[in-house]
Design a protein around this ligand. Structure first.
Ligand code: FAD
Length: 431
């Protein structure tokens, strides 16, 4: 049972406490609405720093923030930890695994999920990093592979255990490759003195002819050089066709034996059952410039799951934190306008730029009119990420971990807390 009391205020049900859902929930604080926030996790996940959890640089708790704390001081807000299963727009209700809830306004902010482009083998055998449990699985797998490498005298097997293949060279793939390369150079030689660490390979595979191809050419080239200097092997114009858990194959005939393939080659919207007619080719829900789902005035979609086509963004906005936050903020304002029968404000994306870090003293930053890289870009990257984290405690934890790791060349959290069993039949259906 949901057990949400009736209210004289209109009820806004928000599905998803990611960047978009949290932004609108925070903006609706103490406004004339009853806010009900639903999420399958009881914490907000700061996804941009997940690769650092996967590579032992940060504890998972420092990028997770309790959902209940976010709405703690709100007059009429409720959080329920639940998996939303279906939406019934005809009867204005949301069906979840703990019961049904009726809404006056519905906000779908369910984010995205991994896109394997229909390849079941790759889905079954590769690692992904959309959730904190998945980042912890990856951390365990990396470390377990090294433990196993020590236990075998078969050199081909050892090489395969020490070969990490990352598919997709967007920010996630690039940041992960850089972090693994730093572990190879600074951490693993000390941890495994009886292993020949030069056998470790980090292969970054990219389908197009540039890494970070949503960024400027200058940033893309600089990031490529940073990665190569760190020892990462980059394979451009290379399409992965299969991975059976042991061998990864590509269209051009290139193949590697590897026990760790990390898939960061695609995402698609994560819509909820009940509104299939409005999906675009990336499974995103088509919305108008007010984030209203096509055909509705009381149902909205925000962030990664929303596709707002426009002149500048022909296929919708980039699936990044800023569009999600900005849409959430504006929708809070528009809901108030709607109840006051005022005209709604159109969403105009304020592109503040994008960035990626490759490692210590190495980052690339694209601002609307300026592109730069190197040490200063790295400080900008750190400042922006620290500033964007929710909560003083998390900011402090991350800051001190970075200071410590910087001076000691360490990754304190390289521990196998929850062993990961590769190739188990059931994968966590978690996104
Ligand atoms: C590894 C990684 C690194 C990234 N790095 C960057 C970066 O550096 N910069 C940047 O701008 N963007 C980055 N992104 C993208 C950014 O995180 C997303 O664009 C952003 O999170 C989108 O916000 P959202 O609110 O739409 O969705 P999300 O933040 O994904 O939130 C969706 C929420 O909905 C919940 N949910 C989903 N389905 C259900 C359901 N059925 N029932 C209940 N709850 C549900 C989920 O648990 C989640 O809390 C990164 C993403 C990843 C995965």
């Amino acid at each position: 049972m949901m057990n949400i009391p009736d209210s004289s205020n209109p009820r806004v049900v928000i599905i998803g406490g990611g960047f978009a859902g949290v932004a609108i929930a925070q903006k609706l604080k103490n406004k004339a609405f009853q806010v009900v926030l639903l999420d399958k996790h009881n914490y907000h996940n700061f996804q941009p720093l997940m690769y650092q959890v996967a590579t032992g640089g940060l504890e998972s708790g420092s990028i997770a923030y309790p959902m209940r704390k976010i709405i703690k001081e709100h007059r009429e807000a409720f959080f329920r930890m639940t998996l939303v299963e279906q939406i019934d727009t005809e009867n204005k209700k949301v069906i979840t695994d703990i019961g049904t809830i009726y809404y006056d306004y519905l906000v779908i902010a369910t984010g995205s999920t991994n896109n394997y482009f229909g390849n079941k083998e790759i889905e079954k055998n590769s690692m992904v990093m959309k959730t904190i449990p998945e980042a912890l699985n990856l951390r365990s797998l990396i470390l377990e592979n090294f433990e196993l490498a020590l236990q075998t005298n078969d050199m081909n097997e050892r090489k395969a255990l020490m070969n990490f293949v990352i598919v997709g060279a967007g920010p996630t793939g690039v940041e992960l490759a850089g972090a693994l390369a730093e572990m190879k150079n600074a951490v693993f030689p000390k941890d495994y003195p009886d292993l020949d660490i030069s056998m470790m390979e980090i292969n970054l595979v990219q389908g197009s002819d540039n890494i970070l191809d949503a960024m400027s050419k200058k940033s893309s080239k600089a990031a490529e050089k940073f990665l190569k200097d760190l020892g990462v092997k980059i394979h451009l114009k290379t399409i992965v066709t299969n991975y059976d858990g042991k061998k990864i194959e590509t269209k051009g005939g290139l193949s590697f034996d590897t026990h760790a393939v990390i898939w960061s080659a695609g995402v698609k919207g994560a819509p909820i059952e009940g509104m299939p007619q409005t999906l675009d080719r990336a499974s995103r829900i088509r919305v108008n410039e007010f984030n209203q789902v096509e055909g509705f005035t009381d149902v909205f979609a925000l962030g990664d799951v929303a596709a707002m086509y426009g002149e500048k963004y022909q296929y919708g906005h980039p699936m990044m934190a800023q569009p999600a936050i900005q849409q959430g903020n504006l929708l809070a304002e528009n809901l108030e306008r709607l109840t006051k029968k005022q005209s709604l404000k159109k969403f105009i994306y304020n592109d503040k730029g994008s960035m990626a870090t490759i490692g210590r003293n190495k980052a690339v930053v694209d601002l609307p009119k300026l592109h730069f890289n190197g040490v200063f870009a790295w400080f900008v990257w750190m400042f922006v990420h620290l500033f964007s984290l929710i909560g003083f405690k998390n900011k402090t934890l991350v800051f001190w971990s970075w200071v410590y790791n910087y001076f000691v060349f360490d990754r304190e959290s390289r521990v196998i807390i929850r062993p990961y069993r590769k190739n188990r039949d059931i994968k966590p259906q978690d996104n």
